[in-house]
Design a protein around this ligand. Sequence first.
Ligand SMILES: Cc1cc2nc3c(=O)[nH]c(=O)nc-3n(C[C@H](O)[C@H](O)[C@H](O)COP(=O)(O)OP(=O)(O)OC[C@H]3O[C@@H](n4cnc5c(N)ncnc54)[C@H](O)[C@@H]3O)c2cc1C
Length: 497
Amino acid sequence: MKRRAFVNSSLAAAVSAALPNGVFAQAGSAVLGDINLKTLDGGSKVLEKAVLKELQASLAGRLLLPTSEGYDDARKVWNGMIDHKPAVIVQVASVSDIQNAVNIARDYRALTSIKGGGHNVAGKAMCEGGIAIDCSGMNEASCDPDTRTATAQPGVLLGAVDRATQPYGLATPAGVVSHTGAAGLTLGGGFGKLSRTYGLTADNVRGIELVTPDGEHRRATVSENRDLFWGLRGAGHNFGVATKFEYQCHEVGTDFLSGWIMYPLGSAREILTAYAELLPAIPKALQLSCNAIMMLNGKGFLTFSAFYAGSIAEGEKVLAPIRAIGKPIRDGIEVGKYLAIQSRTDRNIPWGDQYYQKAGMLTEISPKMVDMLVDITENGSPFQTAINFTQVGGVINEIDPGATAYPNRKAEMQLVFGGSWKERTDKQDDYIAAIRRSWESLLPYTDGVYINNMMGDGAEDRVRRNFNTNYDRLVELKNKYDPMNLLRLNANIKPTV
Ligand SMILES: Cc1cc2nc3c(=O)[nH]c(=O)nc-3n(C[C@H](O)[C@H](O)[C@H](O)COP(=O)(O)OP(=O)(O)OC[C@H]3O[C@@H](n4cnc5c(N)ncnc54)[C@H](O)[C@@H]3O)c2cc1C
């Protein structure tokens, strides 16, 4: 057995000094023995009991084996379809815990995954048979109103960032579901209601700290490790385990005009056509998304989901002609608090349901595409089906595609098409096949993909094409920081060394 130097965790030392026998070790104590780790080449390797013991003793957080209490909870991710069982889960509580986990993973060439918020639809946060580095316990967010900077640990969920910034009337642009992880979202780009006005989440990052696969703790900003800073903003899951994010915040206030206008499913053609026509003239301050939900009982509805990032009076004017379209079942546009708006859809897409989806970026919606979408709304299906257009564009597209690794700077919308069902079922393969068949007809109308919403299939070629002119530069970075491709459970940039 190789002897290794574990980074001393001051937090681990402080915890064991303060609490008799070390609370983490007691609470999560795994019964240790040699275990088999799945390796990067698909083989396996023994991780010896003595090394596990040393790792456990070094941690401020917890080491979980399949027999440990808490293991099954720790391996859960948002998509209930994912049932991956890592050989070891390291629930990190400090930077040195992350370093120790990364060092073991690298030395054993172990298949390695990282869990931030666990929201990735393909379940990349949990590996099968390898080492999972679970950051979800490092979940503190704070805000310095003087410098207008929000700070987030790697396990922070978006709601925590908003709760830290909103007491000062500040916000940084991010996603629209408050139980999404900030880490995965930011590293892949990140967009939401404020992004047409202020850019991607990644465009608003001031600094990211991370542990690179060599075990070093680094800081990347516009002046430090600039190459990494470029790559981390759009392809960032590839280069290390992020330990801290710093975000620029904007003085946005707390009250916004926003909400849903709901239409009967039968008006799909009218509403989708209206949406396609409205898009080119929508001002930056308005984000207008369009969704169609087909429920199990054969019923369904369409919505415009609107958010105006300016004054209420201005928003009323901009939204008036949109509210006059068609015959809504309900007009729910109203003034509300940003915090409430940001968690409004949380319960519609809960943790634990089974989800399968496809996604692509678009610059326009053609009449032909409307025909196809109308067909989908009329077809009926044995599971709940959703068509979601999220408007992007605005300031996101004013930034040069080479300024950060994020490549989709000419997209005006993201289309996510998918299905969900409550429980595991032996019909799952049929459901997935049906979604794929519909997607095949929609795919040619898309241009690129938001890497944070990719399911696994066909990923390699799609990733390369998607990063387009940024791809070669990303390969250079990958060769420099992760030549063995330790971090591959992501939209993977393949190293060439
Ligand atoms: C219901 C729902 C709503 C969404 N809404 C939006 C939205 O409005 N806007 C938007 O932009 N996206 C949205 N997304 C997509 C979202 O960006 C991704 O799901 C993203 O992966 C979430 O990050 P996470 O930390 O929860 O991911 P995880 O599942 O934990 O991880 C995903 C990826 O990130 C990597 N990763 C996680 N933590 C770290 C870390 N600390 N360091 C390095 N790599 C790490 C993992 O290796 C993995 O490859 C949504 C997703 C869902 C399911």
